[in-house]
Write a protein that binds this ligand. Structure first.
Ligand code: UD1
Ligand code: CA
Length: 454
């Protein structure tokens, strides 16, 4: 059986945050979610997250997605593993993962499980030009891993070592829980270090192996906001490269931000400064012009979205949206629509092949197919207390600058004259006009403008 223990009880002091460290996001998904989701992808059956600082917030965020063990007080990473004692009677392989290491890829976890086939423990290492304050990997002349020494406990010579401990380990589960009993806290930080297990296993003549990563970015731990930004950048580049390999054109990968859960169809083109977050899905052949901000947006194929914000809403196929459109709260825009500039839709269904090209607000509305919404139409959906619904049926023509005071239904094949403020239903086939008749004062204009010229 494969299990995992995720260490997430530490304070994360250097983040300088009220939010527990592992809830900080990398590419719009929290560190702990990245780790737990990836572990699940490698068929890890039991995942125990060890929580302490901010335990409640982490448990709330991850409810139902893993098990939890409480570590209180926090006496070090080795002590944290002891707290996952719910696993102590299991057999099989157990990964131990620092919760602040969200970029580790599924293939790397799999390599760790494989490497454990013929030894008792595996540690993931990497060689760094600047090994900072990471724990150092001490090997003998034959290259055998002897122990890990923490930076604070290391001597001059050990600090010169460039190969460091990433904080990702794989153990034979029985060996792990047996050896934990031998941990001591006689070190610079008076903590129980999980890293001491390597030396303990060596003393028992149990083989320990290292898997060396070739990508420092993938295995970097996040301790402060600078490292958080670096991890974001690493993952952003990785996600962007993966989409490019799958046939998406990204004009500037440095300014394209695609969340981990996002899906993008073949031959889409993404211009700079687009942000795609949450469960956003984009169909094939769609173009995102600069500055689109899409959160949980579902966009069909052959659409063009220009400089717009779409949240929790769907735009079907062959539509153009924007520039500067804002669709939010469960809007559904059917096929072949044109939503133009400075248009806001809220909770609005917009039927097949309709138009809403300029300067409009539609809220709580249901618009039929082949409807034309003129420039500057406003649904007056709120009386300060309640929201009301506007229905516009198929083939209606709503003139420019119309106010539709809800609740109201405008029937099929109707016209609402430009400039009207309507508050009564319009029956199928009728025309509504609700504005003052124009008065003309003969010659007054010429008199007035000539005065202005003087
Ligand atoms: C740890 C390793 C170090 C390694 C580095 C990689 C130890 C002793 N050192 O150092 O060798 O190079 O990670 O990033 O493990 N935690 C708990 N409970 C505790 C203490 C820590 O759950 O009592 C958790 C933290 O939340 C964190 C992880 O363990 O996710 C590592 O702790 P941290 O304090 O960040 O250790 P480092 O100093 O980074
Ligand atoms: Ca750390």
């Amino acid at each position: 059986m494969k299990s995992a223990i995720v260490l997430a009880a530490g304070k994360g002091t250097r983040m300088n945050s009220k939010l527990p460290k592992v809830l900080h996001k990398v590419c719009s998904k929290s560190m702990i979610e990245h780790i737990v989701d990836n572990l699940k992808e490698c068929q890890v059956e039991r995942i125990i997250t060890v929580v302490g600082h901010g335990a409640k917030k982490i448990e709330e965020a991850m409810e139902g997605r893993c098990e939890f063990a409480l570590q209180s007080p926090q006496l070090g990473s080795g002590h944290a593993v002891m707290c996952a004692s719910a696993l102590s009677n299991e057999k099989g392989k157990t990964l131990v993962v620092n919760g602040d290491c969200p970029c580790v890829q599924i293939e790397t976890y799999e390599k760790m499980f494989e490497a454990l086939e013929d030894c008792g423990a595996v540690v993931l290492t990497v060689s760094l030009n600047d090994p900072k304050a990471y724990g150092r990997i001490v090997r003998d002349d034959s290259g055998k891993v002897l122990r890990i020494v923490e930076y604070k406990d290391a001597n001059e010579e050990e600090r010169m070592i460039h190969e460091i401990n990433t904080g990702i380990y794989c153990f034979d589960n029985e060996l792990l829980f047996e050896s934990l009993k031998e941990l001591k806290n006689d070190n610079a930080q008076h903590e129980y270090y999980i890293t001491d297990l390597i030396e303990i296993l060596n003393r028992k003549n149990i083989a320990v192996k290292a898997v060396c990563s070739s990508d420092p970015g993938e295995v970097a731990g996040i301790n402060d906001r600078i490292e958080l930004a670096e991890a974001n950048q690493w993952m952003q580049q990785k996600i962007n490269r993966d989409w490019m390999k799958k046939g998406v054109t990204i004009l500037d990968p440095n300014t394209t931000y695609i969340g981990k859960e996002v899906e993008i169809g073949q031959d889409c083109v993404i211009y700079p400064n687009c942000h795609l977050e949450g469960n956003t899905v984009i169909g094939e052949n769609t173009v995102l012009l600069p500055n689109c901000f899409l959160v949980n947006a579902k966009i069909g194929h052959d659409c063009t979205i220009d400089n717009s914000r779409i949240t929790d809403s769907e735009v079907k196929n062959e539509c153009t949206v924007g520039p500067w459109a804002h669709l939010r709260m469960n809007c559904v825009v059917e096929d072949k629509n044109r939503i133009g500039n400075f248009v806001e839709f809220k909770k609005t269904k917009f039927g097949f092949d309709s138009r809403c090209a300029h300067l409009t607000y539609l809220g709580d509305s249901e618009i039929g197919s082949k409807v034309n919404i003129g420039c500057g139409v406003v649904t007056v959906n709120y009386d300060g207390l309640n929201k009301y619904k506007t229905v516009v049926k198929d083939n209606a023509f709503i003139g420019s600058n119309v106010n539709l005071i809800a609740p109201i239904t405008v029937g099929e094949n109707t016209v609402v004259a430009a400039g009207s403020t309507v508050n009564q239903d319009v029956e199928d086939g009728d025309m509504a006009i609700a504005r003052n008749r124009q008065e003309v004062k003969k010659g007054f204009g010429a008199k007035y403008t000539s005065k202005r010229k003087k």
